[in-house]
Write a protein of this length. Structure first.
Length: 575
């Protein structure tokens, strides 16, 4: 292989790594990632909540279990950085891989757009890194589902479906996309299409079974529809903000450049990409696959804009209030994921069309450089927007001190509130890290405060604890009846504390204190039947991955032996 061929092969991966590295550069400092919903600790516990067996809704299942297992092998500081960086690089390289035969310039442009766009920046600034794994999986699914031969296709499909299904939202998007793309491919055997659909469904069992067997109703506060609805980032309105990849509900994580003229330039570029890139993309991917991507993008856009419409908001509120699991619809902008991928592919295909329209070689270089730089120009403050969220912190030593003193039971975390502000994590509001720092299940407030509005939580046990704290009475006997043995108090963060005089103080620290509830406390646990069903579902998903990967590897080894034998026996067969 010549030096030029090597450069061509590594150009896209290296460029993806450079772009992603610029975005997440604050992670280069020491410490653990803690910002908004992004929480990594030295060693996250692998308890019942991580498997969806707690009283809370399984919104981070099986994600929490996977992180907990990974942190038993590698420190959480390393796990957090890999978890954030890997999907960015994979999304860029995967989007380029979809356009493998279109040309290297088109691949570089698609890679840039896939990594450096408002959707990725706003979601990561909010700390929702797990959704980016689904975003990174989608282009690779397109590639894996196009393979006609080779022993690696089914192991790749299984691993991709598993990686995209680490959260309920990601699982739904991954399963629908995989099933639709498999159905659109009529060139392969029908059993392959059914196998992909069945495997995609199997990967949803770890979160779906806990949700179906939970004691809670599964419905959410309908007021959250308005609180988490997409918002306009510039005078063009909500729809144009969404078409540009933005529109997230939290204005604190929106890049400042999204409020000026640059988003309008980006919309013009996207419109040009759709006009010029639709035909070459359909020619490259095939009309059916391109149509599937367009339909998925359109459905995602409808779900994203629906709560912002007068009639649509009423429909969304009714669904969230009465349909179990419909609370996933509340955060509307996250459903743009297929649209953002399609826009990156269209821009890459459009650039390829322009470059092949008789542009001379020097002109091709200039056009490519300009197109690659354009996403960075229209979103110049992307890295600065991510800095507060991705700046690592060091947890106070008090956390390790109380973890050593807790020997079983459940813990209540005070002050009663879901988000914190700490002086040692300055400049940001963070999801309470206590459940990922304590070695036992923690009861925390799952209500959300958005724009001064308090949204009802979904955890019945947390609701009972909240009622107890609101009553203002003594905590000892009521906490014991609720199955709570420990009370953890976080200091130097806003919030009112109840009367703790009836509890035994075990540790009094500057940042965290620990109290014990007197007497024998019997912790609340899921029934044996529910535990069995959930564990069986997890084992089925794991067994499915192992079986598919093992089958693929075995077939690959068998084919390799057959080829070696054919080469060895070939000359002899001529005698």
């Amino acid at each position: 292989m010549t030096r030029r061929e090597i450069v061509r092969r590594v150009a896209v991966p290296v460029w993806a790594l450079v772009l992603a590295g610029i975005l997440v550069w604050p992670m280069a400092r020491g410490g653990y990632l803690l910002g908004h919903d992004l929480v990594f600790t030295p060693r996250q516990p692998l308890g019942p909540d991580a498997l969806g067996l707690g009283s809370a809704a399984p919104r981070a299942v099986p994600l929490d279990a996977l992180v907990a297992i990974a942190e038993r092998i590698v420190d959480g500081a390393v796990v957090g950085r890999v978890a954030v960086l890997a999907p960015l690089v994979a999304a860029g390289v995967g989007t380029a891989a979809v356009l493998q035969k279109v040309g290297r310039p088109a691949q570089l442009i698609a890679c840039t757009v896939a990594i450096w766009n408002p959707y990725v920046v706003e979601r990561l600034a909010l700390g929702q890194w797990a959704l980016l794994w689904t975003y990174a999986v989608l282009p690779w699914l397109i590639v894996a589902l196009r393979w006609r031969s080779g022993s690696g296709r089914w192991p790749a499909r299984a691993l991709l479906l598993a990686a995209g299904s680490i959260t309920p939202t990601g699982g739904i998007i991954t399963a629908v996309a995989a099933g639709s793309l498999a159905y659109a491919d009529r060139s392969g055997p029908r059993r392959d299409r059914w196998a992909v659909a069945g495997l995609a469904l199997l990967m949803q069992l770890p979160w779906l079974v806990p949700a179906l067997t939970a004691s809670a109703s599964g419905t959410s506060d309908p007021a959250g529809v308005a609180a988490f609805a997409a918002r306009a980032e510039h005078p063009g309105g909500v729809l144009l903000s969404l078409l540009g990849g933005g529109g997230i509900w939290d204005s604190d994580v929106v890049p400042g450049s999204r409020g000026g003229p640059l988003p309008w330039l980006w919309l013009v570029v996207l419109a040009g990409g759709a006009i010029l890139g639709a035909r070459p993309l359909a020619r490259h991917l095939g009309q059916r696959r391109t149509t599937v991507l367009a339909v998925l993008a359109a459905v995602g856009l409808v779900l994203a804009v629906l709560p912002s419409l007068p009639g649509g908001a009423a429909v969304a509120r009714a669904a969230v209030a009465h349909v179990p699991g419909a609370g996933l619809l509340r955060d509307a902008q996250k459903w743009l994921l297929p649209l953002v991928l399609l826009e990156a592919l269209l821009l890459g295909a459009a650039c390829a069309r322009v470059l092949h329209a008789g542009v001379a070689r020097p002109g091709r270089v200039l056009v490519t450089v300009a197109a690659v730089c354009l996403p960075l120009i229209v979103l110049p403050d992307a890295a600065a927007t991510l800095r507060p969220t991705l700046r690592p912190v060091h947890y106070p030593a008090d956390w390790a001190a109380i973890a050593d003193r807790i020997d079983g039971g459940d813990a209540l975390v005070l002050p009663w509130g879901s988000y914190r502000t700490f002086p040692w994590a300055s400049g940001r509001s963070v999801l309470d890290p206590a459940p990922r720092l304590l070695p036992v299940p923690a009861v925390v407030d799952d209500r959300l405060v958005v724009g001064g509005r308090v949204l009802r939580g979904e955890n019945p046990r947390a609701e009972r604890v909240g009622d107890l704290l609101a009553s203002g009475g003594p905590l000892g006997d009521p906490l014991r009846r609720l199955g709570i043995r420990w009370v953890v108090v976080e200091h130097r963060t806003p919030g009112r504390l109840p009367d703790l005089s009836g509890l035994a103080r075990v540790f009094d620290g500057r940042d965290v204190s620990l109290y014990r509830v007197a007497g024998t406390v019997r912790a609340e646990r899921a029934t044996a039947a529910r535990r069995a069903v959930v564990v069986i579902a997890d084992l089925l998903a794991l067994a499915g991955i192992i079986a598919v990967v093992g089958y693929g590897l075995a077939r690959g080894l068998a084919r390799r032996r057959t080829r070696r034998k054919a080469r060895r026996d070939g000359p002899a067969s001529l005698l």
